[in-house]
Design a protein around this ligand. Structure first.
Ligand code: ARG
Length: 566
């Protein structure tokens, strides 16, 4: 979205600064509110070429600015040159854009023709999705929406942990103690119980481990019975995962998994050997990363088994072949930082230029009701149960506050799940997240229900108004400073989405939504929307409708729903 106010500033400053207009545009910042100005041009970078102090440059540049249709005035503020736009015109421009673009407001096509791969969720089969899986799943899901909004082609991949010696153990356990009933009902829990029992008994009886290894060997060798069992376990797990993804509204374009790369690994290893990057160390085949101050990547263990690292290298090569991505994001917890540094470094050593487009989108830990949750240790609270409880709690709140609400069930799901999702996405992803029932479901504070409720209030103002939103309303009647502040924030939406994409940081969107809600609260506190003055009301309704639209668009980017009543 081209901002004509910024373009005019850029046009006027290009000559006197000697910069290209879009260089000027990119360096503009937002000045502090008390300056009563809207854009600031910082003069520091010019000090060198102009051989003047930034404050002097600002003064000199000020001489060259001609106020006019778009720019009301320019004022020197120390080392900055600040601009005040024609505010009435700005409001009209911003609200018109929202009215025209509706659900695609905020979107752009800057990513057109380029592909972004987002790998996320990636649970291990034969286990339940734990509550901690919400992090990768919803950060990744939001990123797919965010990149799509910028016109990229997005390939979303769920990379299942569906290969490894643990499945040999599972087969051995199932063959020992499994019955027909094991695969019925809550089959994933049943399988998991067998797995735990096997590991316990193996402590007393280490020979059991060999049985597990033997079964995995059979699987690797393509033995029909082993493959059939493995397929059954995988299908059962997928059906269980799907229930959770359906609740969350998450879809994957590609369901892939580590098993797929078992067959591609030999070729990968051969390439590494040919490049002279693989070497034998104590019987294992490794890539030495000591010059990078990292432990080696282990390509093959001394017993011939291959590993997670090797599968990831093979998968990255395969994805490059398939998608020629502009970027590939791995949404995986911070505890795998070293793993991804090792993988990306190895890919670089293999001479792949695209290795620098691979990013590990890491995130902090989830503390559920005070207890640390992680994939690899600690107790597991099932995500499906948490989501069901969230919906139950939301339903109870609705029963109390708004018992006559139509389609209560759908709203309870939207609010309950929205609460869990927003809590996960509201802070920078690298921070740990606290999951506390009362806090996340509260209507006050920085919560999902708070943002959804702001949307509901806007919808209810529009319902009360009872007439269609007037495309011809006289927007010059919007003269309050709070109205300008809102329009300015609305106009920022596209740059917020871009920031979210650049940093793979959905919290840019969630923080923006909180800011919009805050601005609306302040406005609504001070000013009535539905007044006796029909033209003024029609103009304010346009503002309300624009705000409703942008909050809805933002919530959808985060993967949340936007009920109109709650
Ligand atoms: N399944 C793995 C785990 O649960 C995560 C996979 C992450 N993705 C990857 N490409 N290594 O730990």
């Amino acid at each position: 979205m081209k901002n004509p106010f910024v373009e005019e500033i850029a046009r006027q400053l290009a000559g006197p600064t000697g910069l290209a207009p879009d260089q000027v545009a990119r360096s503009l910042s937002i000045p502090p509110a008390e300056t009563q100005t809207d854009y600031a041009f910082p003069c520091f970078a010019l000090a060198k070429t102009k051989r003047l102090k930034p404050t002097e440059i600002a003064q000199e540049l000020a001489q060259h600015v001609h106020p006019g249709e778009w720019i009301e005035s320019a004022a020197v503020n120390g080392p900055y040159l600040n601009f005040r736009v024609a505010r009435g015109k700005f409001i009209a421009w911003a609200l018109e854009r929202v009215r025209e673009e509706k659900t695609s407001y905020g979107c752009s096509d800057e990513g057109a023709g380029r592909t972004v791969v987002v790998e996320f969720s990636s649970p291990n089969i034969a286990k339940h999705l734990g509550v901690h899986h919400i992090r990768s799943t919803m950060i990744g899901n939001a990123l797919t929406h965010i990149f799509t909004a910028l016109g990229y082609k997005v390939v979303s991949i769920n990379f299942l942990g569906d290969w490894g010696t643990q499945f040999g153990i599972l087969m051995a356990a199932y063959r020992k103690w499994g019955t027909a009933a094991t695969l019925e009902g809550d089959a994933v829990s049943n399988l998991n119980a067998l797995y735990v029992r096997f590991n316990q008994e193996a402590k007393e009886n280490p020979a059991l481990r060999d049985e597990g290894r033997a079964w995995f060997k059979r699987l690797e060798d393509g033995d029909a019975e082993a493959v059939a069992l493995w397929e059954q376990f995988r299908a059962i797990s997928l059906a269980e995962f799907q229930k959770v993804y359906d609740l969350l509204g998450v879809k994957f374009e590609v369901l892939s998994g580590e098993s797929l790369y078992d067959k591609l690994m030999p070729a990968t290893i051969a390439r590494l050997e040919k490049l002279g990057l693989a070497k034998i160390d104590q019987g294992a085949l490794i890539v030495d990363l000591s010059t990078h101050k990292m432990p080696p990547v282990i390509l093959r263990k001394s017993d011939g088994a291959t590993l997670y690292d090797t599968r990831d290298i093979a998968a990255a090569e395969d994805r490059w072949e398939k998608y020629h991505f502009a970027r590939m994001a791995y949404v995986v917890g911070g505890e795998q930082k070293l793993h991804f540094r090792q993988i990306f470094t190895t890919l670089q050593m293999m001479g792949y230029d695209w290795a620098k487009e691979c990013v590990h989108v890491d995130f902090g830990m989830l503390r559920f009701q005070g207890a640390k949750m992680s994939g690899r240790q600690g107790q597991v609270v099932m995500l499906r149960q948490v989501l069901t409880e969230a919906i139950d709690r939301a339903r109870q709140a609705i029963d109390q506050k708004n018992p006559a609400l139509p389609n209560k069930e759908a709203v309870a799901a939207a609010v309950g799940i929205g609460a869990v999702v927003f809590n996960d996405l509201k802070r920078q992803r690298s921070k740990d997240v606290d999951f506390d029932w009362d806090a996340i479901l509260s209507f006050e504070g920085e919560t999902g229900p708070y943002v959804q409720y702001a949307h509901v209030r806007l919808c209810s103002i529009l319902r009360k108004y009872g007439q269609p939103v007037d495309a011809a309303a006289d927007l010059s009647l919007l003269t309050e400073p709070e109205e300008f502040a809102l329009a300015k924030a609305l106009a920022d939406f596209n740059s917020v989405i871009r920031r979210a994409a650049d940093g793979c940081e959905p919290s840019a969107v969630s923080q923006y939504l909180l800011e919009l809600c805050g601005l609306f609260s302040t406005y609504y506190h001070k000013h009535k929307v539905l007044t006796e003055d029909a033209p003024l009301t029609a103009a304010r309704i346009r503002l309300v409708d624009s705000l409703r639209q942008v909050i809805a668009n933002g919530l959808r980017l985060l993967g949340m729903q936007t009920p109109e009543e709650m």
